[in-house]
Ligand binder design. Structure first.
Ligand code: P1T
Length: 381
C-alpha cells in the first residue's frame, strides 16, 4: 500500500466486514473454522496458526514497518524466542551490551543452554560487530535506542556488515516504534517489537511482533509460530488494532513531552547525567538524526550522589508518574532498571554500561507537560 503513515495506521490490513459491513474488524473469538470437506476451508483452520482479527493486525504492522509479512506473538519475548529458534547448537549471535533485561536473560539463561553463543558488544560502533563475526555467526541482534541508556546503533552501517557476512540482522525497534524508525528500509532483515509498549500504547495488552520482507524467512518463522504456539488471542489483537489508530498522534505528543522533560532535567542540580538522543552532545545524536524522525519519549537520568535508598525514595515520591515496569503507554512511568526491568543482569555486567543503582528511566507520557514538570520538580526536590 503506497499510503503515508497515519493512513496506514488507521486502515492497513482492515476492511469492512463482508458479512455485516462492520467498519471495525470484528473480534473473531473462535478457536476453529468449519471445513466443507477436509482441507476445503476459507483460509482459516485453527486459531493458533491463523485468526482473522490477528491477521488484520499483522497486515497493519507489516505496512507500518514498510514490510511484507507480519507475525504477532503473545509477548515481545515470544517474538524474540521465535527468531532464536532459527538457530542451532554451535551458532553464534552478536548483540548489544545494553539490552532489555529480559532479552539478556533469554540469551544467557535460556538459549546458551542449547549451545548458542552470544557476544555482547557496543553496537554503537559497527566495527565492534564486524570484528566479532566468525564462520559460526548467524544473527546480529540490535536494540536502538537501547533500553535503558538510549545508545544508538547505525542500522544502515550494521546492515552492510551483516550483508557482507551473510548473517541475519534483527532490530528490536520497541523504543522507537515504527512511527520514528523503519529498520527494514535501512537494511535489517527482521524487525521485532514489544507491541506492549508504544504500538499498543495503553498499557492494557502484552504482545510482540516480527516483520520481515523475505518470503522464505517468513515461512521459517511462521513454522515456529504455529508449531510452538506463542500467538495472541483475538481480543488482544483487536485492542492493539484500536491502539495503532492513534500511534502517530501519540508519538508526536510523546516526542514533544519527551523533549521538554529532557530539557528541564538537563540542568537540574539533582541530575548528574542524562540520556536523551535529542541532545547534540549525545554520542548517538547524528545517527538518531539520520535514521529516526524524532527523538522519542524515553529519558534516563542518573541522580547526583544518590544511594540506592535515596533513589528508591525519589522513585516512590511521584504523584503523576507511576512507578512501574514497562513504557510507551499514554501515562508517564518511572522505572528503576537496576532492580526492576534489568534486575536479571548481574551487577558487574549492568554497571559497565551505566545501569547503576542511581539510574532512573522515565517513559514520558502524553499528559499536560506542566503537570509532568511540576511532578518532577516536587519528586526531585
Ligand atoms: O514485555 P514483552 O512484551 O515481552 O517485551 C519484551 C521487551 C523486548 N524488547 C524491549 C526493548 C523491551 O523494552 C521489552 C520489554 N520491556 C519492559 C517491560 C521494560 O519496562 O523495559
Amino acid at each position: 500500500m503506497g499510503y503515508k503513515f497515519a493512513t496506514k495506521a488507521i486502515h492497513a490490513g482492515q476492511h469492512a466486514d463482508p458479512t455485516t459491513g462492520a467498519v471495525m474488524t470484528p473480534i473473531y473469538q473462535t478457536s476453529t473454522y468449519q471445513q466443507a470437506a477436509p482441507g476445503d476451508h476459507k483460509g482459516y483452520e485453527y486459531s493458533r496458526g491463523t485468526n482473522p482479527t490477528r491477521k488484520a493486525l499483522e497486515d497493519c504492522l507489516a505496512a507500518l514497518e514498510n514490510g511484507t509479512y507480519g507475525l504477532a506473538f503473545s509477548s515481545g519475548m515470544a517474538a524474540t524466542e521465535t527468531v532464536l529458534k532459527l538457530l542451532k547448537p554451535g551458532d553464534e549471535v552478536i548483540t548489544g551490551d545494553d539490552l532489555y533485561g529480559g532479552s539478556y536473560r533469554i540469551f544467557t539463561n535460556v538459549f546458551e543452554h542449547y549451545g548458542i553463543k552470544f557476544h555482547f558488544v557496543n553496537t554503537s560502533d559497527p566495527e565492534r560487530i564486524a570484528e566479532r563475526i566468525s564462520s559460526a555467526t548467524r544473527l546480529i541482534w540490535v536494540e536502538t535506542p537501547t533500553n535503558p541508556t538510549l545508545k544508538l546503533a547505525d542500522i544502515e552501517a550494521i546492515g552492510k556488515v551483516a550483508k557482507e557476512a551473510g548473517v541475519l540482522f534483527a532490530v528490536d525497534n520497541t523504543f522507537a516504534s515504527p512511527y520514528l524508525q523503519n529498520p527494514l528500509d535501512l537494511g535489517a532483515d527482521i524487525v521485532m517489537h514489544s507491541v506492549t509498549k508504544y504500538i499498543g500504547g495503553h498499557s492494557d495488552v502484552v504482545m510482540g511482533a516480527l516483520v520481515v520482507n523475505d518470503r522464505e524467512l517468513y515461512d521459517r518463522l511462521f513454522f515456529y509460530y504455529n508449531a510452538c504456539g506463542g500467538t495472541p488471542g483475538p481480543q488482544d489483537s483487536f485492542l492493539v488494532l484500536r491502539g495503532i489508530k492513534t500511534l502517530h498522534l501519540r508519538m508526536r505528543a510523546h516526542c514533544e513531552n519527551g523533549r521538554k522533560v529532557a530539557e528541564y532535567l538537563k540542568n537540574h542540580p539533582r541530575v548528574e547525567k542524562i540520556y536523551w538522543p535529542g541532545f547534540e552532545d549525545h554520542p548517538g545524536h547524528n545517527i538518531a538524526k539520520k535514521q529516526m524522525r524524532d527523538f522519542g519519549g524515553m529519558v534516563s537520568i542518573v541522580l547526583r550522589g544518590a544511594s540506592l535508598e535515596d533513589t528508591f525514595k525519589v522513585a516512590a515520591s511521584f504523584k503523576v508518574f507511576t512507578l512501574a515496569e514497562s513504557l510507551g503507554g499514554v501515562e508517564s512511568l518511572i522505572n528503576h532498571p537496576a532492580t526492576m526491568t534489568h534486575g536479571s543482569i548481574p551487577r558487574e555486567v549492568r554497571e559497565k554500561v551505566g545501569v547503576v543503582d542511581n539510574l532512573i528511566r522515565i517513559s514520558v507520557g502524553v499528559e499536560d507537560i506542566e503537570d509532568l514538570l511540576a511532578d518532577l520538580e516536587q519528586a526531585l526536590g
